[in-house]
Design a protein around this ligand. Sequence first.
Ligand code: AMP
Ligand code: MG
Length: 689
Amino acid sequence: MNFDTVLMVDWSGGNDRGPRPTKDAIWLCVARDGRAEEPRYMRNRQVAEDWIAAFLTGETTAGRKTIVGFDLPFGYPRGFAQALTGQDNAFAVWQWFEDRIEDSPQSNNRFDIAGEINRKFGGAGPFWANALQRDIEGLPRTKAGYENPFPDRRRAETRAQGAFTCWQMAGAGAVGSQVFMVLPVLSRLRRRFGASVWPFEPLTSDVAFIEIWPSLTLGAAPAHMIKDAWQVREVARTVSALTPEQLAEVLDVDAPEEGWIFGLGHEALLKEAAKLPPRLSNSCFALPPGVHWTPVAEALEALKTRLAPVTGISETPIAQAAGLVTARDCIAQRSNPPLPNTAVDGYGFAGGRAEGLHRMPLAETRAAAGDAPATLPAGQAMRVLTGAALPQGVDTVVLQEDVTVSDGQVAFQGPIKQGANTRKAGEDVVAGDVAVPSGVRIKAADVALLAATGVQTVETYAPLRVAVVSTGAELVDAGQPARAGQIYDANRPMLIELVRVWGHIPVDIGIVPDDREALAQQLSRAAREADVIITSGGASAGDEDHVSALLNDAGSMSLWRIAVKPGRPLALGMWDGVPVFGLPGNPVAAMVCALIFARPSLARLAGEAWPEPQGFDVPAAFSKNKKPGRSEFLRARIRQGRAEVFASEGSGRISGLSWAEGLVELPQEAASIKPGDPVRYMPFGSFGL
Ligand code: AMP
Ligand code: MG
C-alpha cells in the first residue's frame, strides 16, 4: 500500500471564520516522505472544498497517489443507513445528504435536516441539540425526552476512549454537525476523483479517503500552536512516515456500513512512527544520465532541491534553544513593545505643541518603567522615565533637557510633533507575526527576540550527527609514529572542526585502510551512529577508490563530476539509508568541496534554510590566465583592499589553506585576469567559519 502524498483535513460544521487563522476552523496539512508542510487555514467549507479539489487535481496530474484523511466518521451506527435510504451502505447516506444539505459561508440547513430525519423516526431522535434560536419540530434541544432507535455509538467508537457520538448536533465536543457538513463534500469529491473510500472498498484508485481521529494517538498540542493546526500536521506527518507494509496492516479492517477509525488497535505502531525522523530516498543523489561535467551552480541546485531535514523535532525552552535550528516559524505571543512607551526621560502630555512657549501644570504622580499605565488629567504634563508605558492621556514626550520646572509648572518651547519621543505598541513586532522563521540556527539576537515577544518554547530539530571517516592505507593519526611512506591524516581533524563550527555533532569514525570489507563495516557503524557520513579519499574511480566502489555496489551511488578546481569527482550516495558525501582525498580539494558542497548540504539536512555564501568584487592583486570549462576556487586573502592568491595552486599544499582567509571564485569561462581587475572574493566567514 503505497501513497506519495498525505493530506489531512480537520473539518468544521461552523460558519465562515474570517481571514485570520483561528481555532475550530478547517485546517489542512500536506505531507510527503514523513515531512509535513505548514498547516493551511481555510476560512470556510467552500474555500476548503475548492482547495482540496485543486490539490487533488494537481497530485493526480503529477502521477502522485494521495491519501486524504478526514477527522469525521464516514458512516453512522449500524441500521441507520438502511432505515434512512433503504440500503445498508454508507455511500447511499452520503448521497442522501448531498441531495438535501444547503450550505453557504453564512448559513446552512443542518438543524432542519436533523429535524427532518428525526420526524421520520417518531420525532424524538436519533439526533439531538439545536444551536438555533428557533425551535425545530422533532429535534430535541436536550436529552430530556430523547429517544434513539439506533445504537448510540459505532463499534469503533465503543473502543476509542473519548470519541464522541455522531448524534449530538451542538454543544461541547459535538461532531454531529460536522458530519452533516462533510458528507456532501465527500460525496462530490469521491465522484469527481473516482476516490476509493476506506474501509468500504479496496484502495485501488489514485485518491483514497480514510477516516482519522487525531486524538486517538496524539497528546496535548504545544501551547504556542492552534490545536487543530498542530493535529493535522502531526497526523499527516505520521501517516506519510509509515512504510507500505505498516499502512497495509493498519488499513486491514472489516467494518462495512459503519466505517472505522484509522489506527484503532494499532496505537503503539502509530506513536512509534510519529517519533521517526524522515528519511531520504535512495535516489536522492541520482544525476541525469549522460552528463559529463556538471557546473557548480547546477550541482548545488540539485542538492538544494533533493535534500531535506533528517532529524526529529522536539519542543525546547528558549533558554536551551541557542545553537539549535527552528523547525517551525516562531510566532510572537506578545507585541514588542507590548504597550506604547516613552523612549526618553522627560515629560509626557497630549497632542504635540505648535511654535512658541508652552506651560502646563505638572501632575503629582510620575510614570517609571514597569509601572502599570497611570492616567493623566487633561491639560497637564507628567514626569515620565525611559521605558515607562505611556499614561492614559499621554501621546507625546518632551525631553527633560528641553524643559524647566518651577512652581509645579513645566515650561518648554514648541514646536513638538505629536508622538515625539514615544514608541508605538508593536512598532517592532506585532503579536501573531513570525518572530523567527523556521530554518534558522538560533543565535543570541534570536533568543532576545523570542524572549521579548513572549515565546517560551520553540520547535527545534535535533542536532545533526555527522560521521567523519578518513580512507587510505597511507594514513596515520596525528601524534602516532609514522613509518616511511605514511602520512598524517590531515582531513579528519579539519572536517571534524568544520562540522563542529557549523553547529553539528561530529562523530569520529577514524581511519579506514584501503580495504573494502573494513570500509563497509565502518560505514555501517557510521550509519548507526550518525545521520550523515563524510568520507575523504578513495572517491574517484581508481583501483583503491573503495568509497565509490562500495556505494556503487550498494546501487545508490552517483559520481558527481563537478566542473570545479580543485575537485576530482564527489562520490554521493546512500549507505544503510544514510547519505554519504565522499570528498576527494587531497586536503585542499577536501576543504574546498566541504565549504562549497558539504556545508549547505549539511545545513539543509539539519533543517536550516539553504545558505548562500556571500561574496563581493574586489580588485585582483594577481595575474592569471584561466582555461574555460571549470569554475576555480583560489585560496585568497585581502591585503590593501586587493585579493592576493596563494603562490601555488597545488592541491596538496595545506599551508595555502592555512594562509588563506577566503576564496576567490573564478567562473567557468576562460579569463585573463590582470592586477586591478575585479574578482569575486568570499571570506571564510561567508562559509560559516
Ligand atoms: P585519494 O582521493 O584517496 O586518491 O587521495 C588523493 C591524495 O590525497 C593522496 O595523495 C592521498 O595520500 C591524500 N590524502 C587522502 N586522504 C588524506 C588525509 N586524510 N589527509 C591527508 N592527505 C590525504
Ligand atoms: Mg586513497
